[in-house]
Design a protein around this ligand. Structure first.
Ligand SMILES: CC(C)(COP(=O)(O)OP(=O)(O)OC[C@H]1O[C@@H](n2cnc3c(N)ncnc32)[C@H](O)[C@@H]1OP(=O)(O)O)[C@@H](O)C(=O)NCCC(=O)NCCS
Length: 340
């Protein structure tokens, strides 16, 4: 039984049942990752930024009169000019065509809504790779995930790094998000780096915020989804501008493993130790603000040598390849045909 599903209004048992499926899939595909908890899971699945829409479907045991557990879930996030897919099938129900039928629903919806392409993040070395390739998706971009176990951190060396910043800069820490008076400068720093070096292969599957309005909305959306942002900034003292920033999010769904988001040093301010110093300071702050935290994970383009070097110095260990795949919606729809 496949049906459209709204996580924001779904009964609690369905959210709980989806959590069981998610954790079974994690245990099968990413056994080193911490299991998820039912904390803000409904909001994580249902809340989006303004102007974006996420439409979900589930595959469920039983009949409409007597519904059973949720065994699979798919969604498409309609974002800019691309539909971003997400799909999860319980390991006990795989290879029976459930994945194809759910992706068929999502692709047909994206097609009807006028989208021409769909993209998806695919974890290397999991069944998702042959699955998406079997329905005509091609790999457009590769990056590597690395994980830093906090137990391996040399805090003394980290202290040196956090102090090793050039004269004329100061570091500031903002749990919850950047303060209103720095929002414009923060957004400028992001926009500048995007213009200079955004990787042309990157499909932009994750929303980024390059203007103040979108940045505010993005931070508010994180909070609504139960994802607490922490920000460390390097401020150029002469101008008061944001010269560097690093963002970490601690998700309520898996609070022992945080996600390192963007780290940016504005080109004019490179070569002053800012990258190392802000990342090191962030780890100190997280250690005291989030005592349950044991790991931080991050994603980097395979060719971003300077950032990979700093991450290696901090103790990040390469974990898995993460890929972005895309396809023409019309091709996927044609390949998967009409609903069963
Ligand atoms: C990828 C995934 C969605 C596939 O779901 P599924 O219901 O098993 O897929 P289908 O039965 O519709 O498979 C369709 C085709 O994909 C290909 N395929 C799927 N799984 C495959 C595998 N393990 N090996 C090789 N090919 C595979 C096959 O061509 C298959 O057709 P066939 O069974 O007739 O040979 C499922 O394995 C899954 O949920 N993976 C987890 C995704 C994830 O993100 N995990 C990490 C976070 S929890």
């Amino acid at each position: 039984m496949v049906r459209e599903w709204d996580p924001l209004t779904a009964p609690d048992e369905e959210i709980e049942s989806l959590l069981g499926t998610l954790n079974a899939a994690l245990a099968a595909d990413l056994p080193e990752d911490p299991p998820w908890r039912n904390a803000y899971l409904r909001e994580y699945l249902g809340e989006t930024m303004q102007g974006e829409r996420r439409i979900c479907w589930v595959a469920q045991e039983g009949t409409p009169a007597s519904p059973g557990k949720l065994k699979a879930q798919a969604s498409v996030l309609l974002l800019g000019d691309i539909g971003v897919l997400d799909l999860l099938v319980h390991p006990d129900y795989r290879r029976a065509g459930v994945g194809r039928s759910l992706i068929g629903e999502a692709a047909r919806r994206a097609y009807r809504e006028g989208f021409t392409s769909v993209g998806v993040e695919v974890i290397g070395d999991t069944p998702a790779v042959p699955f998406y390739e079997s329905i005509g998706f091609a790999c457009a971009y590769r990056e590597s995930r690395s994980v830093l176990p906090l137990s391996s951190v040399d805090w003394l060396a980290l202290g040196e790094m956090s102090r090793g910043i050039g004269a004329g800069y100061r570091i500031e820490y903002y749990p919850g998000g950047p303060p209103e008076e720095l929002i414009a400068s923060y957004a400028r720093a992001k926009a500048e780096v995007r213009d200079v070096e955004d990787d042309p292969g990157d499909l932009d599957l994750r929303p980024s915020s390059y203007d103040p309005e979108r940045l505010r909305d993005s931070i508010a959306t994180l909070h609504r989804r139960g994802m607490k942002p922490y920000i460390v900034l390097a401020i150029h003292e002469k101008t008061g501008e944001v010269a560097g920033l690093t963002e970490v999010v601690v998700p309520a769904q898996h609070p022992s493993r945080a996600d390192q988001y963007d780290t940016i040093v504005v080109p004019d301010h490179r070569g002053y130790g800012i990258d190392r110093a802000i990342k090191a300071r962030m780890l100190f702050e997280l250690r005291s603000a989030e005592p349950q935290l044991t790991e931080v994970q991050t994603w980097n383009a395979l060719d971003n040598a300077p950032m990979l070097k700093v991450n290696a110095e901090l103790g990040f260990l390469p974990d898995r390849e993460w890929r972005e795949y895309d396809a023409d919606v019309a091709d996927v729809v044609a390949r998967l045909g009409a609903p069963a």
